[in-house]
Design a protein around this ligand. Structure first.
Ligand code: ATP
Ligand code: MG
Length: 438
């Protein structure tokens, strides 16, 4: 076979796909810290994980996200599989709703669900914007009141507080009203835009007939003036939606969460109605939204289920990691010790190496929470101590010929000054038990 004739000559390095990043071992502790903190908060509120496929029918996204949206128009990774058109999921709500309907788990019952994983969008890669990125999303089915909208927001506020990010994010809130209110408002907005047609950019002209609300979402600075002067949906709300929104803001005030109302917040997807919200930061440049969501009472029925109220949000993990490491908090302030070993076992000489392997197993059995890395590949004392230091461990355990002969294990602090101490196995277990507990 003539391999070398293709795009990649045999000698050429194969690189990652543009916009799809490796998350390296040096970075995964921050990811785990973030993910575990989120999971802890979700557990504390009684939410259940659902695991979903990464690939779904293209039709699912077209129908749920909407044909005239950035995602469906230009961002989906779609491919033909036999006679089926499939798409790598660009977001999680559609698949979650599909699974909930298909498995009959939202019929006549309340469900509070969350999921996590990669999403795919063919966008122009830049800081905080990738073609494969990761979200944790939450979806609640079967509740129509503002109390659940409030709970989702309180939950996220608690999460930011736990992560030390609360002072760096701002909650923006809006309501899109009922479908009827939106369509009445749409006519006013279209009339307004037609009067100022010359000021519309190309995207907005295209959206004027298909999805005019999205014009308000434009990030083009040339459109800012027109958007500023546009009629506001808030002034055209139906009474039940106004009531829902007022109750939500009251609950947030009672819960001590501050917000700003952003009348131009419309969200990019078709399925939202009533409550929409975003948590934004000014620390990440243009990619400032770290979490976004809202109510989508019409979607379940729209894709073939029984009418079911629903509300949810998704947070972008790359942006939160950026915020945690360079935006708001410095990486050194993060509690990442739990991802490094407590101790690194240095064993010098053939017999000590063999003894250390067995002793390390006994220590792990006695202390199930001990994180102990055993030196592999031999090496002199100095070289091993260097590795011990690099591992991030607090202590080096040391076993050489003399320790072995005396039935002792050396212990050297890697983070503080002090002489090497000497322990029997039982004393060492006691000492390490105390260290793990603190
Ligand atoms: P944006 O306006 O930044 O394009 P969006 O409205 O398209 O965001 P959503 O579909 O609401 O984003 O997704 C929820 C969250 O997922 C976003 O707030 C963001 O944190 C994250 N996100 C979305 N697209 C990307 C991407 N391409 N790369 C990294 N994170 C992303
Ligand atoms: Mg987008």
């Amino acid at each position: 076979m003539a391999h070398s004739k293709g795009k990649f000559p045999l000698s050429a390095k194969i690189q990652a796909v543009r916009g799809m990043k490796d998350i390296l071992p040096e970075q995964t502790p921050v990811w785990r810290y973030l993910e575990e903190t989120v999971r802890g908060v979700l557990d504390a509120y009684g939410y259940w994980e659902i695991r979903l496929p990464i690939v779904e029918s293209t039709e699912l996204f077209k129908r749920s996200i909407g044909e005239v949206t950035d995602i469906v128009e230009k961002e989906m990774y779609t491919f033909q599989d036999g006679d089926e058109s499939l798409t790598l999921r660009p977001e999680g709500t559609a698949g979650c709703v599909r699974a909930a309907i298909e498995n009959g788990i939202i019929h006549n019952q309340v469900r509070k669900l969350w999921y996590q994983g990669p999403m795919f969008r063919h966008e122009r890669p830049q800081k905080g914007r990738y073609r494969q990125f990761h979200q944790i999303g939450v979806e609640v089915f079967g509740l129509s009141g503002p109390d659940i909208d409030a709970e989702l927001i309180l939950l996220t506020a608690r999460l930011w507080r736990q992560l030390g990010l609360l002072e760096h994010v701002q909650l923006q809130l809006n309501t899109l009203g009922s479908a009827e209110a939106r369509s009445a408002y749409r006519e006013k907005l279209v009339a307004y835009c037609r009067e100022r047609f010359a000021e519309l950019d190309e995207d907005s002209r295209r959206r004027l007939d298909s999805n005019p609300l999205r014009i308000l979402d434009s990030k083009n600075p040339a459109m800012a003036d027109l958007i500023q002067g546009a009629p506001q949906l808030l002034d055209h709300l139906d009474e039940p939606s106004r009531e829902h929104f007022e109750q939500l803001t009251r609950l947030l005030e009672m819960g001590g969460v501050s917000y700003v109302i952003n009348p131009r917040l419309v969200r990019g997807l078709d399925y939202y109605g009533r409550t929409v919200f975003e948590w934004v930061t000014d620390r990440l440049g243009a990619q400032g939204t770290v979490c976004a969501g809202g109510r989508y009472d019409g979607l379940v029925e729209h894709i073939g289920g029984r009418s079911t109220p629903a509300v949810g949000f998704a947070m972008g993990l790359e942006r939160l990691v950026l915020l945690l490491t360079e935006g708001a908090v410095s990486r050194t302030e993060l509690p990442l010790e739990r991802y490094t070993p407590h101790a690194y076992f240095v064993a010098v000489g053939e017999a000590p190496e063999r003894a250390a392997l067995v002793l390390a197993e006994r220590l792990r059995s006695s202390l199930p929470r001990l994180r102990l890395e055993l030196n592999m590949g031999s090496g002199g004392f100095k070289a091993q101590i260097k590795r011990a230091d690099k591992s991030g461990a607090r202590f080096a355990l040391v076993l050489g010929e003399s320790e072995l002969a005396e039935g002792q294990i050396g212990l050297k602090s890697l983070r503080e000054e002090g002489d090497q101490r000497s322990f029997s196995e039982a004393e060492l277990i006691d000492f390490l038990a105390g260290q793990i507990a603190s």
